[in-house]
Design a protein around this ligand. Structure first.
Ligand code: MG
Length: 153
């Protein structure tokens, strides 16, 4: 049973082109929070201070029990970042879901760690298809709201 969800930031919750939340993102986060799910955010950025300010400005800071920032210039998203989220959430991988827009990043990492993986197939990377079984998501969605049904099942 899923008790926690780790969200990718850019192009999953936040639209970096329009510099605003993806439609429905706040409602999904609030719904999950109200239903007792722990939520973490994982974001790769070249400026951690600015990213935190942005997360605050768009009004989703309070939805997360943990925010994992990854230094863009020196690091790729890795297994240890997902593990760090799990540790901070005090949840085993078997009770965690990962939501992201890239099968080669969040989905591949989440699958390797035996988390439930949800591909938000929208925007820039929606045509970047899984190249192998280890990139194939458990669920594919085109509306963020679908996360709620999946994690409550
Ligand atoms: Mg992304």
């Amino acid at each position: 049973m899923v008790k926690g969800i780790i969200f990718d930031y850019n192009r999953t919750l936040f639209d970096p082109v329009n510099k605003s939340l993806i439609p429905g993102a706040k409602e999904v986060l609030d719904n999950l929070s109200q239903n007792g799910f722990k939520i973490a955010l994982m974001s790769r950025t070249s400026d951690k201070t600015k990213r935190m300010e942005q997360i605050h400005r768009i009004g989703i800071m309070d939805n997360f029990s943990h925010i994992q920032l990854i230094q863009k210039d020196t690091e790729d998203k890795g297994f240890h970042h997902l593990k760090a989220c799990a540790d901070k959430m005090s949840l085993p991988a078997s009770e965690l879901a990962v939501v992201g827009d890239r099968v080669r990043s969040e989905i591949r990492l989440g699958k390797k760690l035996d988390m439930l993986t949800i591909w938000y197939k929208a925007g820039k990377y929606s045509d970047e298809m899984p190249m192998a079984e280890d990139e194939a998501p458990h669920h594919t969605i085109t509306q963020l709201g679908e996360v709620i049904r999946i994690v409550r099942d």
